[in-house]
Write a protein that binds this ligand. Structure first.
Ligand code: FAD
Length: 508
């Protein structure tokens, strides 16, 4: 059987896989996306995207479509463990200081539409069943409707979710904590007095019973609601067992006393609070992104955000390696930059589980009170807002005394390009997925001319919130990697490869 050959094999068309595939397609790198399902998973699952993910979608012009599909309710800031003090996301200088309430399937639709626009495609009903790698590439076996197929790529990225086949085939260590709670989530038609309980910063209230039942109802579009539930039956159910009407009804009866009932279950699935993370995100030519690399409870709405941001970090690097511009070592920065971020999210979700969880010991209510008081302090609130929104991330720098902007996200400032046209936003300059060298003070940047095939150089005047530098070099994923001073050529070489022979790419 002859193998179909491509650049990158992406396994899984969830948020992580689709983001990665669109980034590769934007960079002109051939990729094949495989998914075992016959169509998009239409279950809502994740309900919110956080400000940093919104910013990253804006970098590629994907946010307007995303906002257009969001649930028309604006939460004011975020929350930690459902505590009553809103987290003030506006303290982080972002255009999107609130979570965007968006069912996960809608984000996947936006991403897949873009992938198709860019000429990409998802091969549905293509289940990866085998994988072997050698010095030059990865060969996979796929079970498809017309029989088994073999595909070969130079790299493979496993975005195949929490129960990743790739992880199991490779035998990658996935240490962490086993589940202590089992839950289910269902998109359903409810009848009765459905109390959405949206409080301004929390999208739904938790209802519990003394027998260990748990229910959280969130409105979706089209007359549906999302119910997250648990109880003795759910705790004892097998992972693949269908979620039944009786199981849902028992929980609603216990938590809502018969005021709410289920008329129809449209989609449902089970999940747990297991908390695990791969030790290594890269195994030779195989890389992992999203839930295949890290799993945790959905408390605080972080999983999809992590996966999308993993993919934004990896996509441009992998594309640069495949185009032969940069050595493969660049891929090691993916582990260095993204592993600590997920490790912190795992710790935070475990902490939230303790604060939100059943009051097994008398310490938990006091812990809630102590944390609530702490969150009333502006500095503590800002810290936690930055963590939950993903806005506080500072990538590790090789410099001993880095410029204060290095490693931070580039704010989406308004810029005057001096062309007599209305101002643009920084995010208008990043649609192509290239790095941007932003010259804010007619800085001497001649050295950059030799990278004009990979970098967009723009002269502009910042109108709002100017970064404190004469010039900044911003990576395709929106993080500042140079902020004036010496070392521009070295930085360009480090992230974009050795100088080319192209001319000056100045615009504006
Ligand atoms: C109730 C609930 C609420 C949540 N709320 C939030 C929230 O508000 N915010 C948030 O950020 N996160 C939330 N999450 C987490 C979020 O749903 C996940 O983190 C997210 O789905 C991970 O995306 P992914 O692309 O890594 O994996 P997935 O979405 O799981 O996609 C994996 C894909 O791989 C495919 N696949 C698997 N095996 C194979 C194979 N062998 N061959 C081919 N294809 C394969 C699958 O069919 C699937 O399409 C929530 C989760 C739950 C359960």
């Amino acid at each position: 059987m002859n193998a179909q050959v491509t650049g990158v094999i992406v396994v899984g068309a969830g948020g992580a896989g689709l983001t990665l595939a669109t980034e590769l397609a934007l960079a002109g790198v051939p990729a094949v996306v495989l998914d075992r399902l016959p169509g998009r998973n239409l279950q809502s699952r994740a309900g919110a995207i956080q400000p940093r993910t919104a910013e990253m979608l804006a970098l590629r012009g994907l946010l307007d479509d995303t906002l257009g599909r969001s649930i028309d309710y604006r939460l004011v800031g975020g929350h930690f463990a459902g505590l009553p003090v809103p987290l003030d996301y506006a303290a982080w200088d972002t255009r999107y200081p609130h979570p965007v309430l968006l069912p996960q399937d809608q984000l996947e639709a936006v991403l897949e539409d873009r992938l198709v626009e860019l000429g990409g495609q998802v091969l549905r009903e293509h289940r990866l069943t085998g994988l072997r790698q050698d010095a030059d590439g990865v060969t996979v076996t796929v079970t498809a409707p017309d029989g088994d197929r073999t595909l070969r790529g130079r790299h493979l990225v496993a975005c195949d979710g929490a129960h990743s086949s790739v992880r199991k085939i490779i035998g990658a260590a996935f240490p962490g904590e086993a589940a202590t709670a089992r839950m289910a989530t269902a998109d359903l038609v409810l009848t009765g007095d459905v109390d959405d309980s949206t409080t301004g910063h929390i999208s739904s209230r938790i209802h519990t019973s003394p027998q260990g039942h748990f229910a959280m109802i969130t409105p979706l579009a089209n007359g549906l609601h999302k119910l997250i539930l648990s109880g003795p039956r759910t705790m004892a159910a097998e992972r693949d067992a269908p979620v039944t009407t009786e199981e849902v009804r028992e929980v609603l009866q216990a938590t809502h006393g018969g005021k709410v009932d289920v008329a129809e279950i449209r989609y449902a699935s089970r999940f747990s609070n297991a908390s695990r993370q791969l030790e290594q995100y890269r195994h030779g030519r195989v890389l992992f992104a999203g839930d295949s690399a890290h799993i945790h409870s959905p408390a605080g709405g972080q999983g999809l955000n992590l996966g999308v941001q993993d993919a934004f970090n990896l996509g441009w690097k992998l594309a640069a390696v495949l185009r032969g511009e940069v050595a493969e070592d660049l891929l090691d920065t993916y582990q260095a930059e993204r592993h600590p971020v997920a490790a912190r999210v795992l710790a935070l979700t475990r902490a939230q589980g303790v604060v939100m969880g059943p009051q097994r010991d008398g310490g938990v209510p006091e812990l809630r009170d102590v944390l609530t008081d702490l969150l009333r302090l502006p500095d503590a609130n800002r810290y936690m807002a930055g963590v939950m929104a993903g806005l506080d991330l500072c990538l590790p720098s090789p410099d001993a005394a880095p410029h204060p902007l290095l490693g931070l996200r580039m704010p989406d400032v308004d810029l005057d390009l001096g062309d007599g046209e209305p101002p643009v936003r920084f995010s208008d300059l990043t649609r192509t997925g290239r790095g941007v060298l932003l010259d804010l003070a007619e800085a001497p940047l001649a050295a950059a001319a030799a990278w004009s095939d990979r970098i967009t150089r723009v002269r502009a005047r910042a109108i709002s919130g100017s970064p404190d530098a004469e010039a900044v070099l911003v990576r395709p994923d929106g993080y500042v990697c140079w902020a004036g001073g010496a070392g521009l050529a070295e930085t360009l070489t480090r992230w974009f490869g050795p100088a080319g022979r192209a001319g000056d790419g100045t615009s504006g």
